[in-house]
Unconditional design. Structure first.
Length: 371
């Protein structure tokens, strides 16, 4: 249910559908039909009473009906201040990070059992959707507040526009995504229907890639920011899956300088083998000769890793369980990476000065993609 724009100043609030008894049957019919339509879909994790439709006794009635009919799913509704009796989550929209933290802190002080969730955030229109990593640092670091911030929903997924073809005065034909006003229509909302992470044909926006990185189930960070130059670099791998380990994944890494991959020497006498160990698949370093054939069977070869795109394996001694972290050595020291990066940057500068246009020391076949 949405009554967006109806009596925004509440000058005639008694006639609002959320309050008026004449509207109650229609609103109850809407929520009961929604339940019957979607009750067997496992992707439905929460019921919503609608969006920006005020707040009144009709919402309390709808929430009560849903809770009695389906106690397995919580109910969400932002209207009325995002924390009314009709919602099982505290659910503001477009709150800033400092506002979120204060909301969670205040909720904890009051003994509020409901988690905090952004029902909308990061309005993805035009050159937007930035600062996502800071939001996710806030989400994932909120457990110490006493009231968890469980995440949010980016508004929204896909742009809504029509592909329009036109012939210009010079005879040139063009096509573009047409929005409000592009058809001579008035009134209109302009491009306000284009606020997705993907274009109408589902081609990703640039912001899509940042969102994918923030939402990725595996997270990497340096294990020690004060690592010594001669020590092997260590990476902390965190598994954010709720149920899965990392046994279905193979991890590669590479050094990038000025946007291009840099060739690094493969660890001495290292072969890589992906094999089963009980129910898990583990990447292990093998010192024995003849490991390439077994690696090739798994689609992992030294040539594809070190030459094709400069990829090297991230060798896990065992799979990382859900909610657990593990430290992994890169088998290169900070000194080695700094030397390789400096050499690649110097080569790029020399090539640019000589008009060669070359970049850093890229490997042949650099289009190879990691799995």
């Amino acid at each position: 249910i949405e009554t967006h724009g109806f009596d925004p100043l509440f000058t005639d609030d008694t006639n609002h559908p959320a309050h008026h008894e004449l509207w109650l049957p229609a609103m109850m019919s809407r929520v009961t039909r929604m339940y019957e339509r979607d009750k067997n879909h496992p992707c439905i994790i929460m019921w919503s009473l609608g969006n920006e439709a005020g707040y009144g006794v009709a919402h309390d009635a709808m929430a009560a009906w849903l809770r009695r009919k389906d106690p397995s799913r919580p109910v969400h509704y932002e209207g009325g201040g995002s924390a009314t009796a009709a919602t099982d989550v505290i659910c503001p929209m477009y709150a800033r990070i400092e506002q979120l933290l204060k909301l969670a802190t205040d909720a904890a002080k009051k003994g509020e059992p409901r988690p905090v969730m952004l029902c909308e955030y990061a309005h993805s229109m035009g050159n937007s959707t930035g600062n996502l990593q800071k939001y996710w640092d806030c989400f994932e670091g909120s457990t110490h507040l006493g009231s968890t911030i469980i995440g949010g929903f980016i508004w929204d997924w896909a742009d809504q526009a029509l592909l329009k073809q036109e012939t210009l005065a010079d005879g040139q034909q063009i096509e573009y995504w047409a929005v409000g006003g592009d058809f001579g229509d008035t009134p209109n909302d302009g491009q306000f229907c284009c606020n997705g992470l993907v274009f109408p044909d589902r081609t990703p926006h640039p912001a899509y890639h940042e969102a994918a990185a923030c939402l990725a189930p595996i997270k990497f960070r340096w294990a020690n920011h004060k690592q010594q130059q001669h020590e092997q670099l260590k990476v902390h791998v965190s598994n954010k899956y709720a149920f899965l380990g990392t046994d279905h994944l193979v991890f590669y890494w590479r050094l990038m300088v000025l946007g291009s991959p840099v060739q690094l020497p493969a660890p001495a006498a290292a072969q890589w083998l992906r094999h089963s160990h009980g129910s898990s698949a583990i990447i292990q370093q093998q010192a024995a000769a003849g490991g390439d054939s077994a690696s090739a069977a798994a689609g992992v070869t030294k040539s594809s890793l070190s030459a094709g795109g400069c990829w090297l394996p991230l060798l896990l001694s065992q799979q990382v369980q859900p909610g657990i972290g593990s430290q992994v050595e890169l088998q290169h020291t900070l000194q080695q990476l700094c030397a390789a990066a400096a050499a690649a940057a110097a080569a790029a500068a020399a090539a640019a000065a000589g008009g060669g246009g070359g970049g850093p020391q890229a490997a042949p076949g650099g289009g190879d993609n990691p799995r």
